[in-house]
Design a protein around this ligand. Structure first.
Ligand code: SF4
Length: 458
């Protein structure tokens, strides 16, 4: 039998911890508020945002509906351009593949740019076990690596850290004092990371989009580290979730437009890089080898069912910034990789509902996530569907299933309905629910039942 208590308890405990830390709450509120405002003003610039969202949805669903074909096309074109394409069915397989490529390259040091897919396959652990040092070069990821923590936001991984905490972590690297001011912090990280770019034997990146028509991969960054990681080391390994493929180059602009606006409120991210194959003869920079690892890890199982729209996600982070649960509980509560509404849907689908039973409930179902999603994923509806699955697959707790069964049984007959509403009328004198409903009703005003039932009025 599945032990639900442990993951359920974990979510509550981590969320409670975040609620109690004032620094975390202040950092979360400030950063998500800033990102929300920036997104709103960037969207206000668009003449017809709704039409763009429709178009983006169509592009993503076209790719997902015909995923096998577009992946084959992508592989064919990428190989023709000189890249080596690998396919990995599971996270473990992908990890072994990437570690094997690094080993074959004789790598001692790997420079990484931000990639949630590498988090998903726990690549750093695999490299460490193989005796290879991996250094994160995205500022937020670097900070978290120093802290020994995982990202808590898709685009702003260290969103919960305050400037003083970051200064302390950077000081720990070389003992040199740094003021908790933005410019000093970035300058220090830059100084500490510069040699890593120069010394790394292998650069590992994620992939924002893979273009089937040309076999190119598209990287979107704001710090420029993605360009250094993909061009300075001898070998570049790009890890791409299979759903990241888009059919044609002309499909890309609409996604780039919406990704930047939804993520950071920019019209376009600072660096948008298209890479087609490794360095060619006569070119002055670029890696000697480009390996693209296509990661399935449960994705192909989703593309035909009712959760297929989740594969359209372009990882912009907008749904996190508007979610009232994420904004208070923080990203750590959701688990080590994906957080917020997109994580609450995706994580149970990838790892199994029984391993993440709390996540479909980590939502007020207000629908703000769905409204903010640039590719129109009906996130709150998918969360409801997952809640249904929790019950129908027997993953929900016995008490919860019994409660809903009793409710359904009582309201299936006039006598049961009368008895239960009579009891509720009696119970409302206490103002609060008892048992498992106690926590739910503690922060809410319960609606009052009418003193006389409608049926009793004659
Ligand atoms: S679900 Fe939508 S809003 Fe959330 S990260 Fe993905 S694309 Fe962005």
């Amino acid at each position: 039998m599945t032990d639900l208590a442990q993951p359920e308890r974990r979510f509550r405990e981590v969320a409670r911890g975040a609620l109690e830390r004032q620094g975390t709450q202040a950092a979360l509120a400030a950063a998500t508020g800033r990102l929300r405002e920036a997104r709103l003003s960037a969207w206000a610039d668009l003449p017809d945002a709704e039409a763009l969202r429709e178009q983006a949805h169509e592009v993503r669903m076209r790719a997902i509906d015909d995923l096998d074909r577009y992946l084959d096309e992508f592989e064919h074109a990428a190989v023709a351009a000189g890249a080596t394409v690998h396919r990995a069915a599971t996270a473990a397989e992908a990890r072994e593949l990437v570690v094997g490529i690094c080993r074959d390259a004789g790598a001692q040091l790997v420079a990484k740019s931000k990639s949630m897919a590498t988090e998903e396959i726990a690549l750093n652990d695999g490299l460490e076990q193989a005796g290879i040092r991996a250094v994160e070069t995205d500022l937020g990821e670097y900070i978290l690596q120093l802290a020994g923590e995982h990202p808590v936001h898709i685009i702003a991984p260290a969103i919960e850290k305050t400037a003083s905490q970051v200064a302390e972590l950077l000081r720990g690297v070389d003992g040199i004092d740094v003021r908790p001011e933005l410019e000093d912090l970035t300058a220090t990280a830059r100084r500490q990371l510069r040699q890593v770019f120069l010394d790394a034997d292998v650069g590992v990146t994620g992939v924002n989009f893979g273009i089937a028509e040309t076999g190119s991969i598209c990287l979107v960054t704001n710090e420029g580290n993605g360009r250094l990681v993909s061009s300075l080391p001898r070998v570049h390994v790009a890890l791409m979730g299979i759903e990241r493929v888009v059919p044609r180059l002309e499909d890309l602009p609409v996604l780039l437009k919406l990704l930047a606006r939804s993520g950071t409120g920019q019209r376009l991210t600072t660096y948008t890089t298209l890479i087609t194959g490794p360095r060619r003869p006569g070119e002055t920079d670029g890696p000697e080898q480009l390996h693209i690892v296509l990661l399935d890890n449960g994705r192909s199982g989703l593309r035909r069912g009712r959760y297929r729209e989740m594969l359209a996600c372009i990882r912009c982070g907008a749904c996190l910034n508007v979610c009232p649960v994420y904004r208070r509980a923080g990203g750590g509560a959701y688990g080590p990789v994906y957080s917020g509404p997109m994580g609450a849907v995706l994580a149970p689908l990838l790892v199994g509902l029984e391993r993440a039973p709390a996540l479909p409930h980590a939502s007020s179902l207000c629908g703000a996530c769905t409204d903010s999603c640039p590719v129109k994923i009906p996130l709150h509806e998918l969360l409801l569907d997952l809640r249904r699955d929790l019950v129908s697959e027997g993953v929900a707790s016995r008490a919860e299933r019994l409660g809903f069964w009793l409710w359904s049984w009582a309201w299936s007959s006039p006598r049961g309905y009368r008895a239960s509403t009579g009891l509720a009328r009696l119970g409302q004198r206490f103002g609060r629910l008892a048992g498992p409903g106690r926590a739910w009703s503690a922060g809410r005003e319960l609606p009052r039942l009418a003193p006389r039932r409608f049926r009793d009025r004659r």
